[in-house]
Design a protein around this ligand. Structure first.
Ligand SMILES: [Zn+2]
Length: 322
């Protein structure tokens, strides 16, 4: 009998679809990706997903299953997508059944934030912990909760939407229709917008020079670069962003008392400057008893978090481990 020691992980993002062939100990053996927006129809995108997945697999008999994380809410049991926030035309699609038929392999479909949390528990920074909050900081703020070693999906599979914790109801309108959500403060665009706003009072900042004089070129990555060169404005921005993230996390900490919070996504690469600010903020806002043993750490997986997490869905369901 074949070993079935490989998994296909698919990260269906709003910008890219990433695929990887992954070993049972979480090592990426092969990977591939393509742009989500390059396909006119849903069917053509699915066909491309299947074609690429087949290319990754040498022998189908070696593959334990396919895991896929999607950027939206799904009915985990049925494998049906409720809605994808930033990709149109997927409401009500049973992507799990479609992939299962086309690939002839078991398929598990979940929200990408849940998958990321599972990946960190299985092979990453949260290995050995049972109460985990995973946060992904990027264009949006994704979240996944693991309670007592199991993903907590909620009554209608919509739990873990950390990005929509309200920080200040008088502040920016969020994509979800509410005001002042965490995501509306610390999403990539919001950070860049804040930097541009503050530049008026900090004309000497090297940030503008790094952006070649064009405020439109300012990104969180550039603000991190400027901060590493001791740019006061950029340092202050990250300290404020960290403070805001800490306020949001404090709400979750007070409710769930997690063992560990794993923070990933592009912005997490800013490193200790950001993490120090987050930790100080959490200390100031969350209950002392909940913070006492809490760990706040960087995620192990950043670019590959989605595919690794998707693969972890299969490991979890199949009950096997390395
Ligand atoms: Zn919101």
């Amino acid at each position: 009998m074949a070993k079935k020691d490989k998994i296909v992980g698919i990260d269906f993002g709003a910008t890219f679809v990433k695929l990887a062939l992954i070993s049972l100990d979480g090592i990426i053996l092969k990977k591939d990706s393509f742009k989500t927006g390059d396909f006119a129809s849903r069917d053509s995108l699915i066909a491309e997903m299947v074609r690429r997945a087949r290319c990754l697999v040498d022998k189908k008999d070696d593959v334990l299953g396919i895991g896929i994380g999607v950027p939206g809410q799904v009915d985990y049991k049925k494998g049906v997508i409720f809605n994808l926030t930033n990709v149109k035309g997927w409401r009500g699609v049973n992507l799990r059944e479609i992939l299962k038929k086309k690939m002839g392999l078991p398929v598990y479909l979940d929200n990408d934030g849940n998958a990321v949390a599972l990946g960190e528990m299985e092979w990453g920074a949260a290995k050995g912990y049972r109460n985990i909050v995973a946060v992904t900081l990027g264009s949006g703020v994704g979240g996944g909760l693991i309670l007592n070693g199991e993903i907590y999906r909620g009554g209608n599979y919509a739990a873990g939407e950390i990005g929509h914790i309200c920080i200040d109801r008088r502040r920016p309108i969020c994509n979800c229709g509410s005001n002042g959500c965490l995501e509306a403060f610390v999403g990539n665009k919001a950070i860049a917008r804040e930097a541009v706003r503050r530049l008026n009072k900090h004309k000497g900042s090297i940030l503008l020079r790094l952006a070649e004089g064009k405020t439109s070129k300012i990104t969180p990555k550039l603000i991190s670069q400027a901060a590493s060169k001791k740019d006061n404005l950029s340092i202050a921005i990250w300290q404020d962003i960290g403070r805001t993230i800490g306020i949001g996390l404090s709400s979750i900490i007070n409710i769930l008392n997690p063992d560990i919070i794993v923070i990933g996504g592009g912005i997490s690469k800013t490193g200790s400057l950001l993490f120090k600010a987050i930790k100080a903020s959490v200390k100031g806002h969350a209950l002392e008893v909940s913070v006492k043993r809490l760990k706040i750490v960087r995620a192990r997986f950043v670019e590959d978090a989605g595919v690794v997490g998707a693969a972890a869905l299969v490991v979890k369901e199949k009950g096997c481990n390395s």
